[in-house]
Ligand binder design. Structure first.
Ligand SMILES: C[S@@+](CC[C@H](N)C(=O)[O-])C[C@H]1O[C@@H](n2cnc3c(N)ncnc32)[C@H](O)[C@@H]1O
Length: 220
C-alpha cells in the first residue's frame, strides 16, 4: 500500500472558496488538487493501491478537516486539477459544522480532525517517511514490503508544531532530488521509484508453429 499524508496549510477547511481562484483565495488548492490527482491517476487508469489523506490545518479544531481518498473505491476522480478541487471542495462544504465523519462521494471520507494527533498517528504507520528537500536520497531507502506512508507538505513549509512532531517521530527524512519540487512532482517521483522496484510482468511467449512465410532471404 502506498499512502501519502498531505499538509494543506491555507485552504479554508470549511470549503468557502471559489473554484475560479484556486491559486489565490483558495489557499493554493490548485497544488493540493494536483497532488491528489497525480497520486492516483495513470494514463487511462487509477492507482488502486494508493491512499491519500489531506489535513486542512488553516484553522484549528473544531474547524480543521481531514479528507481520506481511497484508491480502491474512489469514483469521479479525473486527471484535471479543477474537477479534483471540486470533489474536495464538495467534501469540505458538506462536512462544515458537521461533528462526525461522512462519505461525501464514493471513496472519499471527510471529518473533523485534531491535526497534531492525526500526523503523529500517521507517522507510526509501516513505511512512514518524511519527504523533505533536506533528506537523504530516496533511492537508498528500503521500503518494508513495498509499503510507504509519506508525509509531504503543500507549497508552504510545515509549521513549528508539525516540525516538532515530524522530527520527534524519528522517521527517515528522504529527498527525491537536490531541488525543491512541487508536491505533485515529488509524489510522481516516489511512485516512479517504487514502480521501478516491482517485478516487471513477463511478456507472453510467442506461439511456436509452422513457418508460414518461407525462409528469410539469404545474402549469398
Ligand atoms: C513546494 S515544496 C515546499 C516549499 C519549498 N520548500 C520552498 O522553498 O518554497 C512542497 C513539498 O514537497 C516536498 N519536497 C519538495 N522538494 C522535495 C525534494 N527534493 N525531495 C523530497 N521532498 C520534496 C516537501 O515535503 C515540501 O514541503
Amino acid at each position: 500500500m502506498r499512502r501519502f499524508l498531505l499538509l494543506a496549510h491555507r485552504v479554508p477547511p470549511n470549503g468557502a472558496f471559489t473554484l475560479n481562484d484556486l491559486a489565490g483565495g483558495a489557499g493554493r488548492m490548485d497544488e493540493v488538487a494536483r497532488a491528489v490527482s497525480t497520486a492516483f491517476t495513470l494514463s487511462n487508469d487509477l492507482r488502486r493501491d494508493t491512499e491519500v489523506s489531506i489535513l486542512f490545518v488553516a484553522e484549528p479544531p473544531p474547524v480543521a478537516r481531514r479528507i481520506d481518498v481511497v484508491g480502491a473505491r474512489v469514483r469521479y476522480l479525473n486527471p484535471d486539477e479543477r474537477s479534483t478541487a471540486a470533489l474536495l471542495k464538495n467534501a469540505l462544504v458538506r462536512s462544515a459544522g458537521y461533528p462526525r465523519e461522512l462519505e461525501s462521494s464514493p471513496g472519499l471520507r471527510v471529518g473533523p480532525v485534531d491535526p497534531a494527533t492525526a500526523l503523529a498517528e500517521f507517522l507510526r504507520s509501516p513505511g512512514a517517511v518524511w519527504l523533505t528537500e533536506a533528506g537523504s536520497p530516496f533511492a537508498g531507502w528500503d521500503s518494508p514490503e513495498g509499503a510507504i506512508a509519506a508525509v509531504v507538505s503543500d507549497p508552504y513549509e510545515p509549521n513549528e508544531a508539525e516540525l516538532e512532531i515530524l522530527r520527534g517521530s524519528g522517521v527517515p527524512q528522504l529527498s527525491v532530488g537536490p531541488r525543491s519540487l512541487r508536491t505533485s512532482q515529488v509524489i510522481d517521483l516516489v511512485h516512479a521509484a517504487l514502480d521501478g522496484r516491482e517485478p516487471r510482468p513477463v511478456p507472453p511467449t510467442p506461439a511456436i508453429g509452422p513457418a508460414s512465410g518461407g525462409s528469410p532471404p539469404t545474402s549469398a
